[in-house]
Design a protein around this ligand. Structure first.
Ligand code: FES
Ligand SMILES: [Fe+2]
Length: 429
């Protein structure tokens, strides 16, 4: 059980909050590359950890991330002009390079002033179809981490950004909670469940809801890793011909500060729950594999093909209580939720809890073990930073061998850990 104070520590991410200080020690995604489609195109206003920034692509095609408000008298650069190697404020025309250099000040001819001052600019990178920034202390900038989805051709990857009105932790906890998959997502995971049957959903190899056995009360085991932890959900499998019992295991690595990898039969789903502020989260969903993947298929399975809930143009998830979060109760005789699609269901559940849920009022059970570990690891990482140490995983620079494991049958001496040997388990070091 969390105390109200611990809940506050876990959920507040602004610059003056301990969690905000801890989160600022890492690189974060600020937008999808596709949101800055061309050099000198429209700038994008982005919100990260309770602060506003402007992201833009300059004439050379490189991305820049600056404070949103102009250093002169604080007009928004998000409505500025992007041209000739920089971004220009509409108010008095000051122009800034992506590194914060002041290139022009039309209403002040003093060159020494321009040379002496600099606009607040942040280290920015583009990799894996996303733009990343580091907004923490200058002397603590960590190595830029590499993920498996940075490799391979673009057609093997789909990136969806979903801006949801809920605290990041509510969304992230859903990713540490295997027992909800066969229930909340039963329309995708086990469509016969509500009729007391089992029907494995194995037709779509990009379905992250695919579970292979009818066991909704998995045993969880958790192991700390260099970057956070990984956990297994063990479901009871059918015995082998000689009677040997089996387990169906499904492994999820949880990567600080906001990431996890969810398995689908032929793809890995990387998910980052990036806090815009205490009350809103940008979920980045990255489907990646060794073969091409179709954006429309992923939108459909996620329930993001329904424009009442989500649109490509602004990435906002739109459910409100005005119409019971968009639920269609007339469908509930046939399907479980009256919603359609995995991300639609996850976002709805997080919103239904209220913007910041009160964790001091929960009733927890063994199936919540990985959720509890997430909270403890987060609090430990906050404690480390407040004590002047480094946060969990900040030195891990290469995640390319970290994998999730889709439902896999093990028996006898076989262990789940043997199937994810690149996951940096601390127990196996
Ligand atoms: S406020 Fe931006 S140039 Fe004056
Ligand atoms: Fe889910």
């Amino acid at each position: 059980m969390m105390t109200p104070q611990e809940n506050d520590t876990l959920t507040r991410v602004g610059p003056a909050a301990p969690m905000g200080r801890m989160m600022r020690r890492y690189w974060h995604p600020v937008c999808a590359s596709s949101q800055l489609p061309k050099p000198d195109g429209d700038p994008l206003r982005v919100r990260l950890l309770g602060e506003n920034f402007v992201a833009f692509r300059d004439s050379s095609g490189a991305v820049g991330v600056l404070d949103e408000l102009c250093m002169h008298r604080r007009a928004s650069l998000a409505i500025g002009r992007v041209e000739d190697g920089g971004i220009r404020c509409l108010y008095h025309g000051w122009k800034f390079g992506r590194d914060g250099t002041i290139q022009e000040t039309p209403n002040f001819c003093d060159e020494r002033f321009r040379a002496r001052m600099r606009a607040p600019a942040y280290p920015a990178r583009e990799a894996g179809g996303m733009v990343w920034a580091y907004i923490g202390p200058r002397d603590k900038e960590p190595a830029f981490p590499k993920f498996g989805f940075f490799d391979g051709p673009d057609e093997n990857r789909v990136i969806l950004r979903i801006n949801t009105a809920a605290n990041y932790l509510q969304l992230w906890e859903g990713g540490c909670d295997s027992s909800h998959v066969g229930v909340l997502h039963s329309n995708r995971a086990n469509p016969a469940w509500m009729k007391k049957g089992f029907e494995a959903a194995t037709d779509e190899d990009y379905n992250p809801g695919a579970i292979t056995v009818p066991d909704n009360a998995p045993d969880l085991e958790v192991e700390n890793t260099a970057y956070g932890f990984h956990y297994v959900a063990k479901r009871q499998g059918a015995p082998l011909a000689d009677g040997t019992p089996t387990a169906s295991v499904r492994v999820t690595p949880v990567m600080f500060p906001t990431g996890r990898i969810i398995p689908a039969p032929a793809f890995q789903f990387y998910v980052f729950e990036t806090p815009q502020d205490d009350f809103k989260t940008s979920t980045y969903l990255v489907c990646h594999g060794d073969k091409p993947v179709n954006r429309e298929d992923i939108k459909r399975i996620m329930g993001l093909d329904d424009e009442r809930f989500w649109r490509e143009a602004d990435c906002e998830f739109r459910a409100t209580w005005d119409d019971r979060l968009g639920q269609d109760r007339s469908r509930m005789a046939e399907d479980w939720t009256g919603f359609r699609g995995i991300e639609q269901e996850d976002a709805i559940i997080a919103i239904s809890m209220g913007a910041i849920v009160d964790r001091s009022k929960e009733v927890l059970i063994p199936a919540d073990m990985a959720v509890v570990r997430l909270r403890h690891r987060l609090l430990e990482s906050v404690r480390r930073v407040e004590a002047g140490e480094d946060p969990i995983g900040v030195h891990v620079a290469d995640y390319t061998d970290v994998r999730s494991l889709v439902d896999t049958t093990i028996a006898g001496a076989d262990t789940w850990q043997a199937h994810v040997s690149g996951n940096m388990s601390e127990a196996r070091r």
